[in-house]
Design a protein around this ligand. Structure first.
Ligand SMILES: C[S@@+](CC[C@H](N)C(=O)[O-])C[C@H]1O[C@@H](n2cnc3c(N)ncnc32)[C@H](O)[C@@H]1O
Length: 244
């Protein structure tokens, strides 16, 4: 996708969408190593919990947004065993890593990868039972556009599951966590990806993202119903579930 097309697709925060794309293109080769170090492997447990919450059946069609290097898409295919997982991202460099990882995937699920901007999907209306996103929503400058698009592509009664960094409700946990974000994350980013600035952005995007109740209210205002969330690891992350 060209920069012009990307900008046409996003009516607000034009620079930010292009900037986010630039950041993930640059850090794609080091992204998995960074994740493993920064979260000490807990991220895999968070994704597995989301898959359980998705409660997929053998006929389910799943769309994974901002799929990045494919960890959630693979977890959905291996653990959830739905009929189909369509893994999408707007960054070819991240998808390249995902495709390589999926080469060894064997199973009944049809797993495909495609370039898509989560704020302007080219997929048909009412075509998915479940839409998922892990650590992607906070990077969308126009969340409303994303919520509109998800409502459009979900079948009636379909669910949107959002795994994202959140706000630990207990103050001392929050202070410790924010200190970790500020001091340790850019350091690991510099060591693993040689790119301290991009990880300062990631850290800022986490600290400024809406807290659990605010995100649930945004989803509700956008037209979802039954919006709820489950805190994981003291509320460092949360999984929101919203129904079309
Ligand atoms: C932090 S990574 C998360 C990747 C993966 N879901 C995971 O759990 O590790 C965020 C991803 O969001 C993607 N992304 C950011 N903005 C996007 C957009 N507007 N449309 C599609 N993907 C986007 C980035 O390219 C990147 O791959």
């Amino acid at each position: 996708m060209s920069d012009e097309a990307r900008q046409d697709n996003c009516t607000s925060g034009l620079t930010t969408t292009a900037r986010v794309h630039g950041i993930f293109s640059r850090i794609a080769p080091g992204y998995d190593s960074f994740n493993a170090l920064a979260s000490m492997g807990i991220d895999r447990r968070w994704r597995r919990t989301l898959v359980r919450m998705a409660d997929l059946g053998p006929d389910s069609r799943v769309l994974d947004l901002a799929a990045g290097t494919g960890d959630l898409a693979l977890a959905l295919a291996v653990q959830g065993v739905p009929a189909e997982v369509v893994a999408t991202d707007f960054c070819e460099e991240m998808l390249e890593v995902a495709r390589r990882k999926a080469e060894s995937f064997e199973g009944p699920t049809e797993l495909t990868f495609r370039l898509e901007d989560a704020q302007a999907l080219s997929l048909p209306d009412s075509s998915f039972d479940v839409v998922t996103v892990a650590f992607g929503v906070r990077n969308f400058p126009d969340r409303e556009a994303n919520f509109r698009e998800v409502l459009r592509v979900l079948k009636p009664g379909g669910r949107y599951l959002v795994l994202e960094f959140s706000r630990p409700p207990v103050p001392p946990v929050r202070w410790l966590y924010h200190a970790y974000l500020r001091l340790v994350i850019p350091l690991i980013g510099a060591l693993v990806a040689g790119d301290r600035a991009s990880f300062v952005y990631l850290n800022d995007s986490i600290r400024t993202f809406p807290a659990q109740a605010q995100l649930a209210a945004e989803l509700r205002r956008s037209g979802f119903s039954h919006c709820s969330w489950r805190d994981l690891t003291f509320g460092i992350v949360a999984v929101h579930v919203a129904v079309k």
